[in-house]
Design a binder for this molecule. Sequence first.
Ligand SMILES: C[S@@+](CC[C@H](N)C(=O)[O-])C[C@H]1O[C@@H](n2cnc3c(N)ncnc32)[C@H](O)[C@@H]1O
Length: 273
Amino acid sequence: MTSVGSAYDEAAERYRDHWGPVIAPTALRLLDRIAPLVDRLTDAQLADVGTGTGILAVTALQRWPTLHATGIDPSSGMRALAHHHADAAGVADRLSLLAGDAQSIPLPDAAVDVAVSSFVLQLVPDRAAALREIRRILRPGGWLAVVTWLDETREFDPLHRFDDLADEWDLPEGEGGYDTEPFASVVSAEQELRDAGFTDVEAEAQTLEHAFTPAGYLALLENWERDDVFDPLDEAERAEVREETMRRWSDLREEAFIWRAAVVSVIAKKAAR
Ligand SMILES: C[S@@+](CC[C@H](N)C(=O)[O-])C[C@H]1O[C@@H](n2cnc3c(N)ncnc32)[C@H](O)[C@@H]1O
């Protein structure tokens, strides 16, 4: 099994170009949830756990001009993209990037006013330890806002048809990536945060929705979701698979390419003592 950090290293640019944009609007809604707290602070400190390309940290730095942020991520490839992103946005002087894991965050106790994390907690092997660790780095009275997947299975016809093609043509499949553990339900997400010592926990279910074009979804399959199928193929074979996939999708209407998934967004407080 590949380590999650090295998997993201290898795929960092593909993530930025293909998958990151699909989940970014839902990730960014977290910033509205922390706004009532951050709006009234000057020189606030924010930690973005599993910062990836820095989408939350960089957008927060643009939104709050006196904010300072620390992005923590085990993948050097992702941290390099976050640095690039911050530089292009003109906020790199207020962003520190640290190599680290959610289960052992390289920050002292009570270092930050607010912690955010989007689409990371499902990847962490010991989520309870990560939640306790996030609580440790928050100052008393500080807030955590997280969003990640809820456990559910939804059929998506374009993917289904692609997988049928891969089976029929006996296309190679990789070893599989890494285990993920979405939250079982909104109620259990709340309970996991309470068990880690948080108070004022409020979780809500949301639906992540993304309208793909057929070409856009094919690019996502090729570069992210089914890269293990495409990567071993040579260019002529890839072209053949692309053409047959498009043929099999040709009777699908626009609506069939709207991808929906359930997520849970939670805010919680570290009691002020
Ligand atoms: C799906 S991406 C999300 C990135 C970013 N938060 C976003 O919303 O675009 C998952 C990120 O979590 C990082 N990651 C994986 N395992 C982690 C862990 N145990 N602790 C912290 N970050 C982790 C990966 O390197 C990757 O950058």
